[in-house]
Structure formats: structure tokens, C-alpha cells
Design a protein around this ligand. Structure first.
Ligand SMILES: [Zn+2]
Length: 443
């Protein structure tokens, strides 16, 4: 048999176990995982004996700021940063300019992402007070899921009224589409921010946390769960930060609601003793510890970066005026590889949280997030022994900033393969602009 690519002798980290085997790729798909027959040939045979091979890591929450905010990032720079970070597919948020809330704007965004992206991409569609009639069309156009800003963030996008939201969730349920929520409560944020601003002109991590407190998130999560109970809609909670919210989502799951949850590296690796502005804010160590426990015991479904770049100039503004959001698409995988080396999570557990689970949550499994024959041949090749230091100046995002700058890690991304093609190979960009395709849920 002749294949396009054979990856030989890799340590393959699947969700259940790690094993030594070869992988054969044909026409961008996995043809076989196991032992290649003697006599089998390929255009290229890649020796991976020093590496671990993970199913392609998915970052299901990025803001590539394209269209309209491309001074911060675009699909080209964002996808290059992703490829260097071992990410084979991203899902982009709809708070761009214009927002992605109509079929017309959604289709235009597909074209521009298709032109620029080095890796595969999915696109969320925004729910607004006006676009219930667009929902079916957005699904047909290929939307990954719907997104609601329940509480304002970048772009100051208003949440639909409760009346509209309940109708939209009924529609989402009938379309079998999941809706993801940014959970904060505007009046709580306004009130606590006012108190915090009276206290200090230059807030540190404690005051940023105080200004948008845990109860702001938890109240919104509770509210969203109630809406789900009434509508039977599938719900996803983005960037969950607190043990209160985990308690509420667990209670909802016990009642039979279809709820998935996500948290991000900045809530797991940092605490409010450092000053990094992001919404919702970074909490204290008690929440951080609970988030780790919830990750390991399955109460949190997945990890995503919430990569949300701003320009260097914006990041030097006084903290109350500075826009919220941190870069993370390129640092997610190495941060977790280091935790694997430290014994805090298994490599298989990481694969579940960052490959299989996002693919299942957003209904693109087993095309993505799987090592089964017939799945897209997406792989993240990693060197678990390599030591390195995160250097923000060397990252590939337009915004060369990182809250993890200077962290010393063991475990590095070696190469990134999307549908059988090396996009990043041993530190060199080998893919091309426009290679990425839109990935849509199976229905
Ligand atoms: Zn976000």
C-alpha cells in the first residue's frame, strides 16, 4: 500500500492510553493506526520515535479580531500563532466588526478566514435581540454554535432580552445547536466597579477581581441554567472561573440538563495576586485549586485559551481604561505539557480536555478530536523532554504579549499537522495561507 505520509514509532497519546505505533495518512485522513506492513511505502516517512503524538489539539475559543479589529489580530497571524502552539483547529468568536449575527456577515467571514487561515477553523454566530430569524440560516451556513454575551465584554454587545433569549434557545434546541455563554451580570459589575474605582486609580489583581466578583458570574450562570431548564437547549459556559459556578452547573447536570463547561489557562495558572486584565477576572487561589480538581474529575468539560489580543498601545493604558483580554493560543499546549511532566495531569487527560471533548461538545467528532481511521489526519507532535522559557517577544500573534511571559517549562510543541500536511515543522512555518477550511457540526 502507498500512503501520503507515514509517521513511524511515535508514542501515541489517545484518551484511554499511550501506546507505540505507526500512523498512515492518505488523502488528508487517518488510514491506519497500528503497525505498517513491511512493503508499505509513502511519499514521506517521518520518524517520531523521540516524540509523543496527540490527536490535533483544538482551541475552541479564540478572538482573531477579523474583520474590523485587525490592528489587534487577523486570521493569518492568529492561525500562525496557533500552528506554533500545536493547535490544529480554532473556533472564532463573533464579536468582530461587524458582529457575526447574520447569514450575510457569516458567509463573508468564512471567505476572509478561508483566504488567510493556515489551519482549520470554525466560526461562532452571535445571538442578538434582532436575529432570531437568522438562526436556521446561520446553521445552514456552517455555524459551529451560537454565542451570547450575557454581560458585556469586548465590543459591548448587548445580551438579548430574556423574552427573546428564551425563544432563541427554543429555536437552538429545535436546530440541535449548542449555545455558549459569556457569563457576567452587568448591574453587579457596574456597582462593584464603582466601589473599586473610588478605592483606587491603579487597581491590582485583587481590585480587578473585586470589580467583577464571583457572584456576577455565578448569578449569570444560574440564570442561564433556568433558561435551559425551560427550553431544553444545549448550553455551554465559556471561561468558567469559580467554584460557585461549578456547583451550579453540576446541579443543573444532575437535573438532566445538557451543559458543558470550559475554563482557560489564565484561571488555572495565575491568581489575583498578579495584575492581568481579563473578563471575567482571575480569582484567588481557592478558586484556582477547585478549577484544577474540577478539570481532573470531569466537572469541567474542556480547556480553551480565550485568546483575546489587543494592541501594545492599548495594553499600556491605565488599568480601568485598558480593554480586557489576554493572548493564549500559542501557550496553551506547552503550559499543560509542563503540568504533565509535573504529574498534575496525565497526557491522556489533557488530550481528552483539549481535543476529544471540544470536538464532541461542538459536534465535530470524530472528524476532529479522534485517532480513528477516517478522521482528519490532525496531529500535535510534542517533545516532552524539551525545556524552554515562554518569551512573549517571540510569539507569533500581532500582540506580542503573554501573561505567562518568563515561565520556565518542560515539554514543547515540535510540529503541527493538519489534514496530513505539516503546517509548522520543528520550529519552521511550512504551511500556507488559505490552507484552512471551515469545520461545521455534523447534523
Ligand atoms: Zn472570549
Amino acid at each position: 500500500m502507498h500512503y501520503d505520509l507515514i509517521i513511524k514509532n511515535g508514542n501515541i497519546a489517545a484518551v484511554q492510553e499511550t501506546f507505540n505505533a505507526d500512523i498512515a495518512v492518505k488523502d488528508g485522513k487517518i488510514a491506519l493506526t497500528g503497525n505498517i506492513n513491511t512493503g508499505d511505502t509513502a511519499d514521506e516517512i517521518f520518524d517520531a520515535s523521540a516524540l509523543h503524538i496527540l490527536p490535533g489539539i483544538i482551541d475552541a475559543h479564540v478572538h482573531f479580531r477579523d474583520p474590523g479589529l485587525t490592528e489587534k489580530e487577523d486570521f493569518e497571524t492568529g492561525s500562525i500563532a496557533a500552528a506554533f502552539g500545536g493547535i490544529t483547529m480554532t473556533a472564532d468568536m463573533p464579536n468582530t466588526k461587524p458582529v457575526t449575527s447574520t447569514e450575510k456577515d457569516f458567509v463573508e467571514k468564512i471567505f476572509l478566514a478561508k483566504e488567510k487561515s493556515y489551519i482549520d477553523f470554525a466560526l461562532f454566530a452571535l445571538l442578538t435581540n434582532e436575529n432570531i430569524d437568522e438562526m436556521e440560516k446561520l446553521k445552514k451556513a456552517g455555524a459551529f454554535g451560537f454565542k451570547v454575551f450575557f454581560g458585556s465584554s469586548t465590543g459591548d454587545i448587548a445580551c438579548p432580552s430574556h423574552a427573546v433569549l428564551i425563544q432563541q434557545l427554543k429555536t437552538a434546541a429545535s436546530l440541535d445547536m449548542r449555545t455558549g455563554f459569556h457569563c457576567e451580570t452587568n448591574d453587579i459589575n457596574a456597582n462593584f466597579t464603582e466601589i473599586a474605582r473610588k478605592e483606587t486609580d491603579s487597581p491590582d489583581g485583587f481590585w480587578l477581581d473585586y470589580a467583577r466578583p464571583v457572584m456576577s458570574e455565578a448569578q449569570a450562570v444560574l440564570n442561564v441554567m433556568r433558561c435551559s431548564l425551560q427550553t431544553k437547549a444545549k448550553i455551554h459556559i465559556h471561561h468558567l472561573t469559580s467554584c460557585e459556578s461549578i456547583f451550579i452547573t453540576e446541579e443543573a447536570k444532575e437535573k438532566g440538563l445538557n451543559v458543558t463547561t470550559e475554563t482557560c489557562p489564565h484561571y488555572l495558572f495565575l491568581n489575583n495576586e498578579v495584575t492581568h486584565k481579563v473578563y471575567p477576572p482571575i480569582r484567588d487561589n481557592s478558586h484556582r485549586t477547585e478549577l484544577w480538581d474540577a478539570l481532573i474529575n470531569g466537572k469541567i468539560s474542556m480547556i480553551a485559551s480565550d485568546h483575546a489580543p489587543h494592541t501594545a498601545a492599548e495594553k499600556t493604558l491605565p488599568l480601568w481604561e485598558m480593554p480586557a483580554g489576554l493572548c493564549g493560543v500559542e501557550t496553551l499546549v506547552p503550559l499543560f505539557l509542563d503540568q504533565v511532566n509535573k504529574g498534575n495531569i496525565s497526557l491522556n487527560g489533557f488530550v481528552r480536555l483539549a481535543s476529544e471533548s471540544p470536538a464532541k461538545t461542538w459536534n465535530v467528532y470524530p472528524q476532529k478530536g479522534s485517532l480513528l481511521a477516517g478522521a482528519d489526519a490532525d496531529f500535535t507532535l510534542v517533545d516532552m523532554k524539551k525545556k524552554h522559557t515562554i518569551d512573549a517577544a517571540k510569539l507569533h500573534s500581532k500582540s506580542r504579549t503573554s501573561p505567562f511571559d518568563g515561565m520556565e517549562l518542560q515539554g514543547a510543541v515540535s510540529s503541527t499537522i493538519v489534514r496530513g500536511k505539516f503546517i509548522m515543522r520543528e520550529g519552521e512555518l511550512t504551511g500556507c495561507k488559505g490552507y484552512g477550511i471551515l469545520i461545521s457540526p455534523e447534523h
